[in-house]
Design a protein around this ligand. Structure first.
Ligand code: CU
Length: 271
């Protein structure tokens, strides 16, 4: 076979590996952000297990592919090609192996999924949610229950796009959509949840255990909408602000509440 074609096809796996190595090398911001939640370590572990499985498969498939290109090239096999109508035994084997791997993954990830997603495992269910996240075209609206612990009362605090939480405290959120499908995604927390119109009480929970070791953004992490939700989808960028202590959070909360409830007189503005 023409060496040119071998080189061209071999370029694909070589480039894939090169991009992978560049992507995962530290400091260029292409890889996952540093994990900040207790559940994130388990999710990262699953990520690596799946990456290893798919990686080994990738190398195996590419090796066979390149070997076949060389072995069955036209220069070594002159004449007409042979057309096969399949091999039931071979097909059974290559169906059973991936099916087995998928069953293994389904069982292997079950405990993590249960902890991250089954509502019965949500923390502090007897207490009010930390905040309600309402996705809407095109913003995240955060509503915190005030001192009464009830949402939709006069002492609520409403904020846009920045979610404030406290380090080492289990945080439970209520999620809902105001209009279309959105997806609340906190990459550093390794959590993502669709907001489905008509399902007003979806939940997400996590505990921030440590913050990014990059001092320039030690306590602020990106929030993104991970579901194309309209022309302004890109604008649904928010931030997760982590307070070191409950006192710091309360200080921010009271200040924000006072600003929210300020009158024009308080602010010294003309009426
Ligand atoms: Cu959205």
């Amino acid at each position: 076979m023409n060496k040119f074609w071998i080189a061209l096809f071999a370029t694909v796996p070589i480039m894939a590996i090169a991009f992978f190595l560049i992507g995962m090398s530290k400091g260029n911001g292409l890889w996952l952000p540093v994990n900040i939640t207790s559940i994130g370590e388990e999710i990262d572990h699953l990520f690596w297990v799946i990456l290893a499985l798919t990686g080994v498969t990738f190398f195996g498939v590419e090796a066979v592919f390149i070997w076949f290109l060389i072995k069955y090239g036209g220069d070594k096999n002159p004449g007409k090609g042979i057309y096969s109508h399949g091999n039931p035994k071979l097909e059974t084997i290559w169906t059973i192996i991936p099916a087995g791997i998928l069953v293994f993954l389904a069982l292997y990830q079950y405990d993590t999924w249960k902890d991250a997603k089954f509502k019965v495992n949500a923390p502090s269910q007897d207490q009010p949610v930390h905040a309600r996240v309402t996705g809407g075209q095109f913003e995240w609206r955060l509503t915190y229950p005030g001192a009464d612990g009830q949402l939709d009362t006069a002492d609520d605090l409403e904020q846009v796009n920045v979610l404030h939480v406290v380090k080492n405290e289990p945080t439970r959120l209520q999620l809902r959509s105001r209009d279309v499908l959105h997806s609340f995604f906190i990459p550093a927390a390794r959590l993502k949840q669709d907001l489905v119109p008509g399902m007003p009480n979806q939940q997400m929970w996590f505990t921030v255990i440590h913050t990014d070791d990059d001092p320039s953004q030690a306590d602020v992490h990106e929030i993104a909408c991970a579901e194309l939700c309209g022309w302004g989808h890109y604008k649904m960028r928010g931030f997760l602000k982590v307070h070191e202590t409950r006192e710091q959070f309360e200080a921010w909360f009271q200040d924000a509440l006072a600003k929210q409830n300020a009158t024009t007189e308080d602010l010294g503005l003309p009426e």
